[in-house]
Structure formats: structure tokens, C-alpha cells
Design a protein around this ligand. Structure first.
Ligand SMILES: C[S@@+](CC[C@H](N)C(=O)[O-])C[C@H]1O[C@@H](n2cnc3c(N)ncnc32)[C@H](O)[C@@H]1O
Length: 261
């Protein structure tokens, strides 16, 4: 962990989440919606112990970076729809899902499947961004950029939805039937605790943070340049680009759920 954490990160709640993760013996772990494998990397650094990981993603292409990153690690990566997993009941010691709930077409189905494949007594871990609460102006820029990305993905037929509110997330988790549920919130993700660049993110107005938003919006709009909605969404993008020059940009706040089967 980096020695000198920026004040915002130190006070964000991420350290408490990291401590909670440090109490969990992971064993054999299922990660749903793995993509590049960032959450697996975070869990490797934070859990009390782990034996191995299985990472699944509905898009084989999204697992490419993870396959390279974990080629010498105990991580099995496979293309699979989390709504209908091929694993037997009560199979994993731990199941987790990170930043993926708002990508799911059927949240309840996926969370129920994760519960099915979790051993009794096993740990269920969720990391997810949320849309409400006291988000700063800089975080609202990030949220609105995300919502533009959602619209563009939707046009292209990629399932992607606006982030849920904290209550909507609680309601979804309540339906799973977990026991000993603990909920944490943080304005920074746990992975930021291990990131050398975290001090650079502290200032929302830092040129790189502002430029990143502008470049990201332009790249996203380029994906639908021939679509009839392009002009309308370009205006939305331009207004976010104007705002980021004034308010800067900060990542969305995150909610964590820990429960047991
Ligand atoms: C934002 S990424 C997840 C990032 C990663 N877990 C992390 O923490 O950095 C969301 C991923 O969920 C995957 N996904 C969406 N629906 C899925 C489903 N039904 N089953 C498995 N993966 C799914 C998407 O393909 C995408 O790669």
C-alpha cells in the first residue's frame, strides 16, 4: 500500500473496506463480470487468504487483458452468462461482483445464481457504484459522462444501465437472502489504496483528469457518428465537456455489501 495516501482517500471509507476484506478467507472464489480482472487483483491484495479464482464474463473479448495478466496466477477465466452458470450448487467459498450490477439485464437472476453456487457459510461480496447521495459537482460530471456512455452502449445493443440508487441496491441485495449483511460506502474504490497515481486523482481540476473526460466523450461519440441520435448526444457530450472545465471530475462513490449464505 502506498505510504502517503491523499487526504480524500484516507477519509473516504476505503480503508475500512480494506480492513473488512482482510478478515475474509476467500478459498475458491467466483468473480462475476471479470472484464480486465481489476477486482481479482484487489482481492489478491486484500483478502486474508485465497486459493484460486474463477472469473466469468459474458463477452470473451472483455477477458483478453485478464488472460494476459493472470497467465501465471491461479485464475481460470471463462466466457459465461452469469444468469445461467454451469457450476454445481454450493461450489464456491466466496462469490463476488464488482462494478457489474449496472451492466446486468437481470440483476435478480444473476444474484440468485451467485447465491446458488455459493457454499453454505460462504462469503458474498459486492462492489458497485451508485447514483444518489451527496455527490460532488465533479462526481456528477463523472456520473453524467457514464450516463452518456450508457446511452451510446444501448444504441449499439450493449446492455448497460444507469447506476442504481443506494436503496435500489439494498433492495436487490435484500432479495438474495443473505445473513450477516454489512454495508459500507466510500467515495474512493479500494483499489485506489494500491494505486501510485492516487495522489494525482485528489485534485478534480488536474489537467489530466479534465482531459481524460474530454477525450473519453469524444471517443465514445465517435462510436455512433453515423447514428441518427449522434447530433443530440453530441450536444449532451459538449455540455459535459464545458462543465468539466469548471468543476473538474472525480470518480463516482462506491457501495460495498458483505454477506454470508
Ligand atoms: C464494468 S465491467 C466489470 C469490471 C470489473 N469487474 C472490475 O471490477 O473492474 C462489467 C462486465 O460485466 C460483464 N457482464 C455483463 N453482463 C454479464 C452477464 N450476464 N454475465 C457475465 N458477465 C456479464 C460485461 O461484459 C463487462 O465486462
Amino acid at each position: 500500500m502506498i505510504a502517503d495516501l491523499p487526504d480524500g482517500l484516507r477519509e473516504s471509507g476505503a480503508i475500512k473496506v480494506r480492513e473488512k476484506l482482510g478478515t475474509i478467507s476467500g478459498g475458491v472464489i467466483l468473480d462475476v463480470g471479470t472484464q480486465d480482472g481489476d477486482f481479482i487483483t484487489t482481492l489478491m491484495k486484500t483478502l486474508r487468504e485465497y486459493k484460486s479464482f474463477v472469473g466469468i464474463d459474458i463477452l470473451a473479448g472483455d477477458l483478453k487483458k485478464a488472460k494476459e495478466k493472470f497467465k501465471d496466477a491461479p485464475v481460470d477465466l471463462m466466457e459465461m452468462n452469469a444468469e445461467t452458470m454451469s457450476f454445481p450448487d454450493n461450489h464456491f467459498n466466496t462469490v463476488c461482483i464488482s462494478y457489474s450490477i449496472h451492466h446486468l439485464e437481470n440483476i435478480d437472476t444473476v444474484l440468485a445464481e451467485m447465491y446458488r453456487v455459493l457454499k453454505p457459510g460462504g462469503s458474498f461480496i459486492i462492489q458497485e457504484l451508485y447514483s444518489d447521495g451527496e455527490q460532488t459537482q465533479a462526481q456528477r460530471v463523472d456520473r453524467d459522462k457514464h450516463n452518456l456512455n450508457v446511452k451510446i452502449d444501448t444504441i449499439l445493443g450493449i446492455p448497460h444501465f444507469e447506476a442504481l440508487s443506494r436503496q435500489e441496491l439494498r433492495d436487490a441485495v435484500n432479495k438474495v437472502g443473505l445473513s450477516a449483511v454489512e454495508v459500507y460506502e466510500s467515495s474512493w474504490g479500494v483499489k485506489c489504496l494500491f494505486c501510485k497515481e492516487a495522489p494525482d486523482c485528489e485534485d478534480p481540476h488536474r489537467k489530466e483528469n479534465v482531459d481524460y473526460v474530454i477525450k473519453d466523450i469524444d471517443a465514445d461519440l465517435a462510436r455512433i457518428i453515423d447514428h441518427p441520435s449522434y447530433d443530440e448526444l453530441r450536444q449532451v457530450g459538449e455540455s459535459i465537456k464545458e462543465r468539466v472545465k469548471v468543476t473538474g471530475s472525480s470518480a463516482a462513490s462506491v457501495m460495498y455489501f458483505f454477506g454470508k449464505k
